[in-house]
Design a protein around this ligand. Structure first.
Ligand SMILES: [Zn+2]
Length: 310
């Protein structure tokens, strides 16, 4: 039938423009969709990459680093855009953990900034100018007095990714707590929580290392927690205090959170933490009372506790 009509046109001497086939229409529509998607992803990547300056610049010095931005983090590094973006995404996940444990939905009004310097020298130079608690013995610090109030660390060829993640997480927690609550709290709580969160990247290692640390005569005494100082921190103490916080948040029967700290539900110990950070009254909190009245008993339980999962 169609052929007959077409033949009739021809027979009448009428010329017709060739119609595009369905196949070619579909192909050009697909091409447009792919082109648009590619252009959009390129724009997005370039804007996240370095403030819209383009793909091909030299990012080998910290004056012009790769910059990755997610909803709440901006990470600057000379290493690669991939590392910057991965770190920013990982900190988004950690931000939810910070919120859950401290029972807040606080989000920063501007992105949290994370600086990953390419050398120890540059990290130290920045720390000497801006680092309240900077020490080259620690791999990261939070700089509340510096522009953008960054979490600061460094990453060189002989540092593994787990260590970098721990460092960034540790100082990102200080950064979060400072922004969300702005209150100075006892060091064992502030550092304990920072260590608890940074330990998330190496839980099996912390569990395997703990028994040996607890046998040491220098191991933590719960009766002395109020004298805990940031100056005491070294790799061993960080594991011990981080594991103590884990014990109280996730494991111990009369202090833990209902879902083992996996969501924002409140247990006796997290209720205590939340009150401390808010400046609220915690004098009747059961976890606080137990820690202040029977520290030796809790310490003995902690030291003999069998952490079953990593
Ligand atoms: Zn710290």
């Amino acid at each position: 039938m169609i052929l007959a009509v077409f033949s009739a046109f021809l027979a009448a001497g009428l010329s017709v423009a060739p119609l595009p086939s369905v196949q070619s229409k579909v192909k050009s529509a697909c091409d447009r969709v792919v082109d648009q998607a590619f252009a959009a992803s390129q724009r997005k990547l370039e804007s996240g990459l370095s403030g819209g300056k383009g793909f091909w610049e030299d990012h080998s010095t910290f004056s012009n680093p790769y910059i990755a931005r997610t909803d709440h983090y901006e990470v600057r590094t000379c290493q690669s855009f991939g590392l910057a973006l991965r770190t920013a995404n990982e900190m988004e996940e950690m931000l939810v953990r910070f919120q859950d444990v401290l029972g807040t939905d606080y989000l920063p009004p501007a992105r949290f900034v994370v600086l990953i310097f390419p050398t120890l020298e540059e990290y130290n130079a920045f720390g000497n100018t801006h680092g309240d608690q900077h020490s080259s013995l620690h791999g990261s610090f939070f700089a509340p007095e510096a522009p953008d109030r960054p979490a600061v660390t460094y990453y060189t060829i002989n540092i593994n990714l787990t260590r970098l993640r721990k460092w960034v997480t540790h100082s990102a927690f200080h950064q979060f707590a400072h922004a969300a609550f702005g209150r100075s709290v006892p060091s064992w709580i502030e550092e304990g929580l920072a260590c608890y969160f940074d330990m998330q990247w190496a839980r099996p290692y912390a569990v395997s290392k703990l028994p040996e640390l607890l046998r040491s005569p220098r191991s933590l005494r719960l009766r002395n927690l109020s004298q805990f100082s940031v100056d005491n921190l070294n790799d061993e103490v960080m594991i011990e205090i981080g594991m103590l916080l884990r014990y109280l948040i996730e494991e111990r029967e009369d202090t833990r959170s209902p879902n083992g700290g996996e969501d924002d539900s409140e247990g006796p110990f997290t209720a205590y933490l939340r009150a401390v950070y808010r400046g609220a009254n915690f004098s009747q909190n059961s976890a606080h009372l137990a820690l202040s009245r029977t520290p030796d008993a809790i310490e003995a339980d902690f030291k003999s506790y069998d952490f079953k999962s990593p």
